[in-house]
Design a protein around this ligand. Structure first.
Ligand code: NAP
Ligand code: G4F
Length: 336
């Protein structure tokens, strides 16, 4: 496909539609796709707060379409009108602890929302390639160490249950309707754009604010749990790679290392010039009814078939996040 310009015909840019563009991954993915020359469309809820701040430097470079994953009509209208080449379903109620308080709402957005997307694509744009943001939370009470694409699921939260439903719906549409639909089974990935209620960002923000005298303590839950934490900008490249393959498949994306929340605290507070044990308190309020104690992923299929691998080490990730939060804290404290 081409379009006319004063300099002759130019190839038409590919169109990508991203749900969850105001979230951490939506931001990095949109930025990545813009760099690749895509025309990027993003779904934004009418209730979304501080949209210009959330999308930052994407403002004016992406098309914003209002809608909601709980409203099939709005999704269908956008997909039918835009006719995207690639669709990335990143929107979700993505907070595991909140999912225990909001189980039905979580299933509606995180589980049924994916089915609404798949059905809208099937009906109005079946040639589009679809990416579903699946999660290591599906492994929950892990049945195998490390976890790979073939490891059975045992979700431990309403969020995990909803993600398992979305995972199988994606495979169902691939097998039933021959749609190009993939699951990326991503393990935890973090960045300075991580939501402030997730443990990593909660720690790095607190360490920075305590270092600058803006806060005196940090209250956390279970410090013994282990996560496989990677750097978010590297993970969005894997999403794109999955949709560039000849055949649609599912891939684990992970670092292959696991660390405790305690280790994260130690490195973060040290980077901020502090001893974490003097500032961290434990409150059972932040413990979950059922916990995922350990995850560690085996991304060898992605390495082999996509040529993907993580680059940023665990200490580097923590330091990137602390440095960004120290900068934000300096601005908050009005220190030049
Ligand atoms: P995030 O920062 O929490 O972003 C979630 C996005 O979903 C936000 O843009 C939010 O919009 C949007 N959203 C929530 N409810 C919606 C609804 N009803 N309709 C439309 N949009 C809605 O999540 P993330 O960390 O970027 O993760 C992206 C995806 O990957 C999520 O599906 C998450 O479950 C999954 N995942 C994440 C990780 C990880 O470690 N980050 C690992 C595995 C899988 P508002 O701005 O309006 O709230
Ligand atoms: O940072 P978290 O809330 O992330 P969690 O539960 O691993 O989920 C994240 O990663 C998943 C990938 O596996 C995504 F699918 C999901 O959308 C989300 O992005 O908690 C990490 C661990 C938990 O075990 C939690 O119990 O940290 C522990 N924790 C200890 N104190 C805490 C706290 N978690 C939070 N959020 N807040 C605390 O104060």
């Amino acid at each position: 496909m081409h379009y006319s310009t004063p300099f002759g015909k130019r190839p038409m840019a590919k169109k990508a539609f991203i749900t969850g563009i105001t979230g951490q991954d939506g931001y990095y993915l949109a930025d990545f796709l813009l760099d690749k020359g895509y025309d990027v469309y993003g779904l934004v809820r009418s209730s979304s707060l501080e949209i210009p701040q959330r999308i930052g430097k994407l403002a004016g470079r992406v098309h914003i379409d209002h809608g909601d994953l709980t409203d099939s009509l709005s999704i269908r209208e956008i997909i039918e009108r835009v006719q995207p080449d690639e669709i990335y379903n990143l929107a979700a109620q993505s907070h595991v602890q909140w999912s225990f308080k909001l189980p039905e709402n979580t299933f509606d957005t995180t589980g049924s929302g994916c089915i609404r997307m798949l059905e809208a694509i099937r009906q109005t744009c079946p040639q589009a390639r679809f990416y579903q943001a699946s999660s290591s939370e599906m492994f929950g009470l892990v049945q195998e160490v490390p976890q790979r694409e073939t490891t059975p699921f045992h979700p431990r939260s309403p969020y995990g249950v909803a993600k398992v439903a979305a995972f199988w719906a994606t495979i169902n549409y691939r097998e039933g309707y021959n749609m190009f639909a993939c699951n990326g089974i991503l393990f935890n990935h973090e960045s300075p754009r991580r939501g402030e209620d997730f443990v990593t960002r909660k720690i790095t923000k607190a360490a920075a604010r305590i270092a600058l005298g803006l806060q005196d303590k940090l209250i956390l839950g279970n410090l013994d749990v282990k996560r496989d934490w990677g750097y978010a900008p590297e993970y969005v490249r894997a999403m794109w790679l999955m949709l560039q393959q000849e055949t649609p498949e599912d891939y684990v994306i992970a670092t292959g290392e696991t660390h405790t929340v305690r280790e994260f605290c130690e490195i973060a507070f040290r980077r901020a010039g502090l001893d974490w044990e003097k500032h961290v308190e434990i409150d059972p309020r932040f413990f979950r009814p059922a916990e995922v104690n350990l995850v560690i992923g085996d991304a060898s299929k992605a390495m082999r078939q996509l040529g993907w691998e993580h680059k940023t080490s665990f200490p580097q990730l923590v330091e990137i996040m602390v440095d960004a939060d120290l900068e934000a804290a300096r601005q908050e404290a009005k220190i030049p």
